[in-house]
Design a protein around this ligand. Structure first.
Ligand code: GLU
Length: 419
């Protein structure tokens, strides 16, 4: 099975969503126009020496959407289908994410067009270091702070931190987050994205009067977010995970999968596909399963006008960025499905990244328990603010999240005299 890749222009989606929210709150036209566009963009072309002695040219991007509330912040994706418009949309969503969680950062995102699965470790390291050399003047703890995202890992962050620090002539731990613990990483950053989403699911279930103990979940995507969502949905909520997928296949077992068993199997085989005792199903079959919670945890635009009418989940927890198209959004809303929108649901990652920067700045590191408590407080506060805005403006959760975030960014822009 190939990975779902969509032809939807994500940046147009992001602009349309902003336009809708702007109309609802009567946003000042100058603020609106400023927020429709990234403040800055950088495109880089990087020659990389491959293991066989040849030189391959890679293209990359870094987009800074808005830094009115603080330095730009957001991950770097390594993906063969990366485009500047996707990175623009993702950077804008980082602006909304940091504002919604009320952390003093703005929105940025980076990407390299590459297939990391076909690169050797050495090639991956040279590419990661090259990206930092080519973008360094754009980056830094006061300007723009990268982090992991699709197909980038703490090891990649370690190489990037090292390259950036070498260029500065001193260790600059605050320049990159999602670092390994031994290099100034934060306890609790590894599963933070999933954990934040699980706290939101718990809140949403409480509002709906839904008992999650023994309830069923399906997880599309089994990277950092999806795999940890499996672990924590079982551990913290007592849920049964009956279907999971990764780029090579989807598996189903109504009796449920144990996280530890799947982890060992995926480590050995490289995929969840073919797990003993499971049935192979299609990507659409997974999305349309009769479950209480569906976790889209892979890539963008997987829930569409085609499959949305058949989705049966009561809650959709968007751990991926942009998994639901705009047409699907309306269909799901009319069906009464509760969506926990991406820039709320997956905000745990950047929230703990912010905690990581705070710890790096003070040189004092917190216990994991403290990180969990602070994250829980941030996530539940943001969840309740979204709910309140949804009620006040009589809109669905995604619009409500936009309204809260836009108002915060606009206030900062106005105070600066930008609009
Ligand atoms: N890539 C993650 C996101 O989309 C984390 C970003 C960060 O930690 O800066 O939110």
């Amino acid at each position: 099975m190939s990975e779902p890749f969509s032809s939807v222009n994500l940046f147009q989606t992001a602009q349309n969503q902003l336009d809708q929210a702007a109309a609802i709150i009567g946003l000042d036209p100058a603020a609106h126009e400023l927020l429709r566009w990234p403040l800055r963009e950088l495109r880089v072309t990087m020659p990389i020496r491959m293991d066989n002695g040849s030189t391959q040219i890679f293209h990359g991007f870094r987009v800074q959407h808005n830094d009115a509330r603080g330095p730009n912040k957001g991950g770097i994706r390594f993906h063969p289908d990366e485009t500047i418009d996707t990175v623009r949309a993702l950077a804008a969503w980082m602006t909304w994410k940091t504002a919604l969680l009320d952390i003093p950062l703005g929105g940025g995102k980076g990407g390299i067009i590459c297939n990391p699965k076909t690169l050797s470790i050495g090639e991956l390291e040279r590419l990661s270091r090259a990206y930092i050399r080519h973008t360094a003047s754009f980056l830094g703890p006061e300007k723009d702070i990268p982090a992991p995202d699709v197909y980038t890992t703490p090891q990649i962050m370690a190489w990037m931190l090292d390259e950036y620090s070498l260029m500065q002539g001193h260790n600059e731990f605050r320049a990159i987050t999602g670092k390994p613990l031994a290099l100034g990483g934060s306890a609790g950053r590894g599963d933070a994205t999933a954990r934040g989403g699980i706290y939101c699911v718990r809140e949403a279930a409480e509002t709906l009067g839904l008992n999650l103990s023994g309830a069923r979940a399906a997880i599309q995507g089994y990277g950092n977010a999806g795999s940890n969502a499996h672990k924590l949905a079982a551990e913290l909520l007592g849920m049964k995970i009956i279907a999971v997928s990764d780029s090579r296949g989807c598996i189903y077992n109504p009796a449920g999968f144990t996280w530890a068993d799947l982890k060992v199997y995926k480590q050995q085989t490289g995929s969840v596909a073919g797990f003993p005792g499971s049935a192979a199903i299609s990507n659409n079959e997974l999305l349309e399963l009769d479950v209480e919670v569906l976790f889209p945890s892979a890539l963008e635009s997987v829930i569409t006008a085609q499959n949305a009418p058949d989705i049966r989940a009561k809650i959709i927890a968007e751990l991926a960025n942009g998994p639901t198209t705009q047409e699907a959004d309306t269909i799901l809303y009319n069906k009464g499905i509760t969506i926990i929108p991406d820039f709320l649901c997956n905000a745990g990652g950047v929230t703990v990244s912010y905690f990581e920067m705070v710890q790096n700045a003070s040189g004092y590191y917190w216990e994991e328990e403290e990180v969990h408590q602070r994250l829980e407080k941030k996530m539940t506060t943001a969840f309740r603010e979204v709910q309140k805005a949804a009620q006040t403006h009589k809109v669905h959760n995604r619009m409500a999240a936009y309204i809260v975030a836009i108002q915060r960014v606009t206030e900062a822009m106005k105070l600066r005299g930008w609009c």
